[in-house]
Ligand binder design. Structure first.
Ligand SMILES: *[C@@H]1O[C@H](CO)[C@@H](O)[C@H](O)[C@H]1NC(C)=O
Ligand SMILES: *[C@@H]1O[C@H](CO)[C@@H](O)[C@H](O)[C@H]1NC(C)=O
Ligand SMILES: *[C@@H]1O[C@H](CO)[C@@H](O)[C@H](O)[C@H]1NC(C)=O
Ligand SMILES: *[C@@H]1O[C@H](CO)[C@@H](O)[C@H](O)[C@H]1NC(C)=O
Ligand SMILES: *[C@@H]1O[C@H](CO)[C@@H](O)[C@H](O)[C@H]1NC(C)=O
Ligand SMILES: *[C@@H]1O[C@H](CO)[C@@H](O)[C@H](O)[C@H]1NC(C)=O
Ligand SMILES: *[C@@H]1O[C@H](CO)[C@@H](O)[C@H](O)[C@H]1NC(C)=O
Ligand SMILES: *[C@@H]1O[C@H](CO)[C@@H](O)[C@H](O)[C@H]1NC(C)=O
Ligand SMILES: *[C@@H]1O[C@H](CO)[C@@H](O)[C@H](O)[C@H]1NC(C)=O
Length: 461
């Protein structure tokens, strides 16, 4: 019995959790989009969101094949507003409430958002969708469930969402309006024909990972910060849900918005690792940078517009993707204002993306360049048992960062990976020897350094 057979069998035994999703046709693939928090934090305005909407559609750039595409062409077509739209402490607020009146209606800050309906109409005119956000004013709207006050607010918020023309909702994990069953009831009541895409953002919900009867994706982590330890920490929070097969079409585990291209924080190696990590675990990919800033877009375009990596994220072949091997040796990663976290020096992740194809991500968290090895016999779904060369385990290896086929490799493939960087490949099993060269000697050849790793570790400004 081969190692991969044992691993696959173990995975199959683990993963008997019942499929449970809303089954309304939404989020059959991990959602792609943009959301405002990481860029604007608590200071976002309608005009800024309108500019982002324009930028998602009208800022086209060449993809690697030379054709101009926009971010929306690539799939990032959903624009989410994240908090601070409320008229906090409004004089119209009901006693004890911050942004709900006595009838349960949400109170809007019209200085920031003069006309939400205009904004969502603008989104629609561009072929985009718009998502709203619920809860907050620092989590202080403590409605009373016993009196029906909470149900009234959830009903009126749901009605407002539909009246304002939103088609998605992030329900944050604080305040008292956290009853997902009631949200689902009223969102469905007010929008029976067009289901609302719901993000359940409460990592402390004890029912997390037991299906998505009332939502489409769920946050597994604390809020992401703009540094490598934080992104690696958040990435790791998806793993337990992957291991119990709790992330699947219509019900995705989500490690929070991307910090790619957002102010200072990640160098280019870390930016690659961030995007690739989210992609291979099937996390929703929600951008949060200024799409109209050409300097930022110059730096990150080849990463976020990489259609082969997007394809890995969007593929589903029975398993959402995650860690199959890691170093025993750990490295302590420190970041300002946060406690240090301990991570394996390297982590290897995989995801099946077609019948004969597996994506593999080799991540180096060590403080220096390391030689990392994809050992084919250890990779789940990389099937070595039916090889036409008997005991040999041959795969076509493709570097999906730089879109180049590296040839056929036997048993393993190795590469030097810089600190905090990640090699991203696909392994493809083909019946014949066509289109490939047999690399009998690959155990001695580490592979050349990747072309894209020759740049200095520039910090994304
Ligand atoms: C994981 O769950 C999904 C959804 O129920 C199912 O389609 C898939 O076959 C499961 N995968 C495994 C390995 O059991
Ligand atoms: C494209 O987007 C920019 C930035 O928001 C905006 O200034 C410009 O008017 C838009 N152009 C079109 C044709 O929509
Ligand atoms: C909303 O759009 C309408 C029609 O384009 C326009 O007349 C109105 O001034 C807009 N209102 C706001 C507050 O933007
Ligand atoms: C909620 O309302 C019930 C019934 O009026 C009351 O007994 C209870 O104290 C209220 N809870 C809070 C937290 O105010
Ligand atoms: C949510 O509200 C429903 C309907 O009032 C109730 O049956 C259910 O127990 C509530 N769920 C939670 C988790 O409070
Ligand atoms: C990690 O430790 C386990 C258990 O001691 C051992 O079986 C395994 O070979 C070690 N892995 C590496 C890469 O050193
Ligand atoms: C990591 O490398 C940097 C730069 O070479 C160095 O300043 C730092 O002290 C190293 N950290 C650890 C934990 O070795
Ligand atoms: C791959 O893993 C197998 C089983 O764990 C081991 O026997 C073999 O030596 C490894 N090959 C390489 C190239 O590391
Ligand atoms: C892509 O990376 C491989 C190494 O993995 C290298 O051999 C090849 O030259 C690179 N191609 C380009 C176009 O950078």
């Amino acid at each position: 019995m081969t190692m991969s057979f044992i691993l696959v069998t173990a995975l199959l035994l683990l993963k008997q959790s019942a499929a449970n999703a809303k089954d309304d046709g939404l989020a059959l693939k991990p959602p792609l989009g943009w959301r405002s928090w990481n860029l604007y934090v608590g200071n976002v305005h309608q005009y800024e969101l309108v500019a982002i909407m324009n930028g998602l559609v009208n800022r086209t750039r060449k993809n690697w094949k030379g054709y101009p595409v926009s971010l929306c062409d690539l799939g990032y077509c959903d624009v989410g507003l994240d908090d601070t739209w409320q008229a906090c402490k409004s004089p119209q607020a009901a006693p004890g409430m911050h942004y709900h009146d006595a009838e349960g209606n949400p109170l809007i800050n019209y200085d920031r958002f003069p006309s939400m309906k205009n904004m969502t109409d603008h989104a629609k005119s561009l072929g985009l969708t718009a998502g709203w956000y619920s809860n907050n004013c620092a989590c202080n709207d403590h409605c009373n469930f016993t009196t029906g006050e909470c149900e009234m607010q959830i009903r009126q918020d749901s009605k407002a969402l539909v009246d304002y023309g939103y088609s998605g909702l992030k329900i944050d994990g604080c305040g008292n309006e956290k009853n997902l069953t009631l949200w689902d009831k009223y969102l469905t009541e007010f929008s029976p024909k067009n289901p609302i895409l719901v993000e359940h953002c409460d990592k402390n919900d004890p029912l997390l990972g037991q299906g998505c009867p009332t939502y489409h994706f769920y946050r597994t982590s604390v809020d992401i910060r703009n540094n490598y330890p934080s992104i690696m920490h958040n990435l790791g929070t998806v793993e337990p849900y992957r291991a119990t097969n709790s992330s699947y079409p219509g019900c995705w585990a989500y490690a929070d918005m991307l910090q790619i291209g957002v102010r200072q924080g990640l160098n280019i190696q870390e930016t690659r690792s961030h995007f690739a990590g989210w992609a291979i675990v099937s996390s929703p990919l929600i951008l949060s940078h200024d799409v109209n800033d050409d300097d930022v877009m110059d730096r990150i375009w080849d990463i976020i517009a990489n259609d082969e990596i997007l394809a890995v994220n969007q593929a589903y072949f029975g398993e959402s993707g995650g860690v199959y091997d890691q170093a025993n040796q750990t490295v302590l990663l420190e970041s300002e204002g946060a406690s240090a976290i301990s991570l394996p020096e390297y982590q290897y992740l995989s995801k099946p993306i077609a019948k004969n194809k597996v994506a593999v991500l080799l991540m180096n968290s060590a403080n220096e360049t390391r030689t990392l090895t994809a050992n084919f016999t250890n990779i789940p779904y990389a099937d070595c048992s039916h090889d036409e060369h008997g005991s040999h385990c041959d795969f076509l290896v493709r570097d999906i960062w730089n879109h180049s086929s590296l040839g056929r490799f036997r048993d393993s493939w190795s590469i030097d990976v810089e600190s905090h960087d990640a090699a991203f490949i696909t392994l493809e099993k083909l019946g014949g020897m066509e289109n490939s060269r047999l690399n009998e000697n690959n155990k001695d050849s580490k592979g050349t350094r990747l072309g894209y790793r020759t740049q200095p570790a520039a910090v994304v400004a």
